[in-house]
Design a protein around this ligand. Sequence first.
Ligand SMILES: Nc1nc2c(c(=O)[nH]1)N(C=O)[C@@H](CNc1ccc(C(=O)N[C@@H](CCC(=O)O)C(=O)O)cc1)CN2
Ligand SMILES: Nc1ncnc2c1ncn2[C@@H]1O[C@H](COP(=O)(O)OP(=O)(O)OP(=O)(O)O)[C@@H](O)[C@H]1O
Length: 230
Amino acid sequence: MNGDRPNPRDLASPACLAREIDPAYFDPLAVDPEQARDVARWRKAERLRLLSDRSALPVATRKAAAQAVAAHLDAALAERLGGLDGVTISAWWPIKSELDLRFWLAGLAARGARAALPRVARKDSPLTFRAWTPDTPMVREVWNIPVPAEGPDILPDITLSPVVGWDPAGYRLGYGGGYFDRTLAAMSPRPLAIGVGLESARIATIYPQPHDVPMQLIVTETGIHRPETK
Ligand SMILES: Nc1nc2c(c(=O)[nH]1)N(C=O)[C@@H](CNc1ccc(C(=O)N[C@@H](CCC(=O)O)C(=O)O)cc1)CN2
Ligand SMILES: Nc1ncnc2c1ncn2[C@@H]1O[C@H](COP(=O)(O)OP(=O)(O)OP(=O)(O)O)[C@@H](O)[C@H]1O
């Protein structure tokens, strides 16, 4: 106690702060640890299978898929937004036989939009984003992935994330870092989240866990998939 002001802690029962906890907060204790372990093991094997199938495809097949994806993306964005003026769209610098959409990203500026690339600024934290054009100097960082060498952090209105696997409920399997889930959970307002990948990367379910954030759309070379639950 100090002077004439009583310490509120001595007078009141503790306030319940549960309602202040972000519903996106992931409580590891809320998951059955055995089930979580099984899912993690299954995902690891499934990622390896999907990545090996993808890298076995001819370069020309992946190139044609990227062209088709770009056309479907244009259709999806036109349907959702009309024009792209003033819109910031993040994507990726391709690694591990991911689809290469840099040609499409490079064309955004002419349409009044801005391209951005993600960056692992800190391990196990949300991704950050920097603006990108074909002239942007790049440096290799985490996992040897090139990222814009400098520039302020910017917030995308739309995130395109590469999928290793995807399911019809809109969930994606990435490389297992949990980076996109963390990023989307932390962003307010949430961007329009679009998963992008090959039709052949479709699986019946990724066995979504509490931390998994579904995409609003999945775009593949065959078209636009709108998750069943949305
Ligand atoms: N081209 C591209 N860039 C991208 C992504 C992507 O999927 N593709 N990302 C999309 O998010 C982010 C990077 N994703 C990463 C995902 C995992 C690990 C990583 O260190 N993985 C661990 C295994 C994780 C685990 O199982 O716990 C490792 O390999 O040791 C690093 C970066 C940002 N940039
Ligand atoms: N919001 C979060 N808060 C804390 N940890 C998280 C969160 N989201 C994901 N993780 C952690 O990341 C781990 C990997 O997640 P997951 O298997 O879904 O990765 P991924 O979606 O394939 O990877 P990425 O998004 O990097 O492409 C999870 O086991 C979990 O521990």
